[in-house]
Write a protein that binds this ligand. Structure first.
Ligand code: NAP
Ligand code: MG
Length: 406
């Protein structure tokens, strides 16, 4: 019997749906509870329970994260029409992630888990590239219009304070065309900047930010200015002390550098750029099951989860009693990430060390050739590679963890 490690402050746990709910329980039973003495504030975000509580449980969970600072979340169903029928729901409730993100005003950072037997498609990448995507504005909150024929497009701004109205000619259309108007809010950009600086410092990695500021001299340059001001006033000293850098560059230059670099950076991007480039980085790194995700609020609250969904297809197989080979890596890293952050906030190095060992055990298992089906397809071919089922994979990690903790 090992003496359990005490986690000082309450952990906010959010349970979820389908296959990830099945794996979640196994991870807790086999990898966490045997070693940790934790006080858990539990929120059941199972879709049926969200329905029963009129989604109040999601709101309560978000409030608990604001109270304690760290939450760890399982994947959840975002109901659509099919799900409303399947679970006999009152309505198609909003995405829990969306609700929590809005309440925390947070930014999502995605970080791939790298193992030495699955090589990123970009051969120079040695360390994870983390993408921070702004969650407001650009084309996602735009205004678009068909211009039917020749005519003037003008824009009018009427200040609320009774100041002078401005009317500006946008384009004198010689013939039919299309328009798109983007906007953003200084406050949203500032909160995005704060979340990026917070996360880079928390991970002790350089922060890159890139926009097309040479062409977009007001919109994109406005992002640059807000980031610069925030860095100079609130982060420069902390970054110097931690030995990390803030680096702004033109997006073209950033793309070229990232493709030749070794990774190990946080790359902050505007909404559209982040949407596109996060998919590029994720697909170059392999499986969705190896992508972790953390929501960071400008107030310094953290929510950890896997980037993937509830793995619905595997769950239906599981329900039929068929064997599944679902990958729990990202769920395990959601726990290790949350526990490490808790340890940092509480000043409990033994909790940080446990989080490190848990990650080492999980990585060592895959590198040792024991893996789930999704990884077997990506890993370097070796005769010793072995595909295991969902539970055996977690058991193998548990065995490795036990050795590391001795
Ligand atoms: P998904 O759960 O991410 O799964 C899509 C496919 O990716 C799976 O069918 C599987 O491929 C593969 N995959 C994902 N995670 C895996 C894992 N851990 N191990 C092995 N393979 C994995 O996406 P979905 O099926 O489109 O969505 C299912 C539900 O998840 C939806 O109701 C959606 O609302 C929800 N969702 C939740 C979140 C969240 O809570 N953060 C995010 C996205 C989606 P194969 O079938 O080829 O093996
Ligand atoms: Mg995308």
């Amino acid at each position: 019997m090992v003496k359990k490690i005490k986690v000082k402050t309450t952990i906010v746990e959010m349970d979820g749906d389908e296959m990830t709910r099945v794996m979640w329980q196994m991870v807790k039973d086999k990898l966490l509870f045997p070693y940790l003495d934790m006080n858990i504030d539990y929120y059941d975000l199972h879709v049926k329970h969200r329905d029963d509580t009129d989604d109040q449980v999601t709101v309560d969970a978000a409030r608990a994260i604001m109270k304690y600072g760290v939450g760890i979340k399982c994947a959840t169903i975002t109901p659509n029409e099919d799900r409303v029928k399947e679970y006999k729901l009152k309505k198609a409730w909003k995405s829990p992630n969306g609700t929590i993100r809005a309440m925390l005003d947070g930014t999502v950072f995605r970080k791939p888990i790298l193992v030495n037997n699955i090589k990123p498609n970009v051969s120079s990448w040695k360390k994870p590239i983390i993408i921070g995507r702004h969650a407001y504005g650009d084309v996602y909150n735009n205004f678009e219009m068909l211009i039917p024929g020749a005519g003037k497009l003008e824009i009018v701004f009427t200040p609320q304070d009774g100041g002078k109205t401005q009317k500006i000619l946008v384009n004198d259309f010689p013939a039919a065309g299309i328009i798109q108007i983007n906007h953003n809010l200084d406050k949203s950009i500032l909160n995005f900047a704060k979340a990026c600086f917070t996360y880079a410092l928390s991970e002790k990695i350089d922060l890159w930010f890139s926009t097309k500021d040479t062409i977009s001299k007001v919109y994109d340059a406005g992002f640059r200015e807000i980031f610069n001001r925030e860095f100079e006033t609130s982060w420069k000293e902390k970054f110097d002390k931690a030995g990390i850098e803030y680096f702004f560059t033109l997006i073209d230059d950033a793309v070229a550098r990232v493709m030749k670099g070794e990774g190990g950076i946080l790359w902050a991007l505007k909404n559209y750029d982040g949407d596109v480039l996060s998919d590029m980085v994720a697909s170059a790194c392999g499986s969705l099951a190896m992508m972790t995700s953390v929501l960071v609020s400008p107030d310094g609250w953290f929510e950890y989860e896997a980037a993937h969904g509830t793995v619905q297809k595997h769950y239906y197989k599981h329900l039929k009693g068929e064997e599944t080979s679902s990958n729990s890596m990202a769920l395990i890293f959601a726990w290790s990430g949350g526990l490490r952050k808790r340890g940092e906030m509480d000043g409990t190095p033994e909790v940080i060390k446990f989080a490190d060992k848990l990650e080492e055990a999980a990585i060592a298992t895959v590198e040792g050739g024991i893996m789930t089906g999704d990884l077997l397809a990506l890993a370097e071919k070796k005769p010793s590679n072995k595909k295991v089922n969902t539970e055996d994979f977690i058991d193998a990690i548990a065995a490795s963890l036990q050795k590391k903790l001795k």
